[in-house]
Design a protein around this ligand. Structure first.
Ligand SMILES: *[C@@H]1O[C@H](CO)[C@@H](O)[C@H](O)[C@H]1NC(C)=O
Length: 257
């Protein structure tokens, strides 16, 4: 019994120390500034699949960029109409972006029939169509940096993966021929395994070590400098919160019957 208590308190202490480390890092954000491409001002395009991806996955990145006056454009490739709430979700995305200091004019939500019908789990989006839409945005806004999902897409959602392939196929094939002289940095959000995802603040140590091992700066970690903004952004997506709690109620109801 004694060793169980010891292990539990060890985990608790590690957890608290990690949390304080993150707090300290968020107060001294210069630790984030090692990558040369992040030091100059960029026209950044954040490519996401559904309204609320920006708040769920990218707020530390957006906060980092906007507080250093990078010009951030958000490109959302669907209105998220799988459950018929597309118009509400569109509005929520605009409001969330404003909370994250990205002006509404810099948010583009694509409402393409081929990308709406197939919205949801288990449906594949046409990668070359995505690539075309992304390319148009790159040229019309002089984008020199893209940020998007990696090929697992954080949650494994297939639309997140499609967005990744759309962004990357574009850069690797077409752009390379067309505008090789134009440098475009592409950054992807690294998906972590379930253990790391749910280890909370403790994961900061692994992340730091991993980034240090890539001294060339190809891997960066960003500590959220404005957690309150992230919270406000998330709070704008009320339709999704209601939806989730209703599912919960439904499940309970089914079980009672
Ligand atoms: C995918 O999109 C491209 C570009 O819009 C189009 O030419 C192609 O026919 C589409 N493929 C399918 C299977 O719909």
């Amino acid at each position: 019994m004694a060793w169980l208590v010891m292990i539990a308190s060890l985990i608790l202490v590690t957890w608290i120390v990690s949390l304080f480390t993150i707090l300290i890092l968020s107060f001294f954000p210069f630790t984030n500034l090692r990558a040369a491409p992040l030091r100059k001002r960029n026209n950044v395009l954040l490519v996401i699949a559904h309204p609320d991806d920006e708040s769920m996955f990218f707020t530390p990145t957006i906060n980092f960029l906007t507080s250093r006056r990078h010009n951030v454009q958000v490109l959302c490739l669907s209105i998220g109409d799988a459950d018929g709430k597309g118009n509400i979700r569109k509005k929520e995305l605009f409001q969330a972006c404003v909370a994250l200091k990205v002006p509404m004019q810099q948010v583009k939500i694509v409402n393409h029939p081929d990308l709406q019908v197939l919205d949801g789990f288990g449906k594949v989006w046409n990668h070359s169509l995505l690539a075309n839409i992304i390319e148009e945005q790159i040229t019309s806004h002089c984008i020199n940096m893209i940020i998007t999902f990696d090929n697992y897409g954080v949650s494994g959602h297939c639309n997140h993966r499609d967005v990744h392939y759309g962004s990357f196929s574009h850069v690797s094939s077409k752009l390379l021929y067309d505008t090789l002289q134009k440098d475009i940095d592409v950054w992807e959000l690294v998906s972590t395994n379930i253990l790391r995802k749910y280890s909370g603040p403790i994961d900061i140590w692994l992340t730091m070590i991993w980034a240090m091992l890539h001294s060339s700066g190809t891997i960066q970690y960003l500590v959220n400098e404005h957690p309150r903004r992230s919270y406000c952004a998330m709070a704008q997506h009320a339709s999704q919160w209601v939806c989730q709690s209703m599912n919960f109620v439904n499940e309970k109801g089914d079980r009672d019957e």
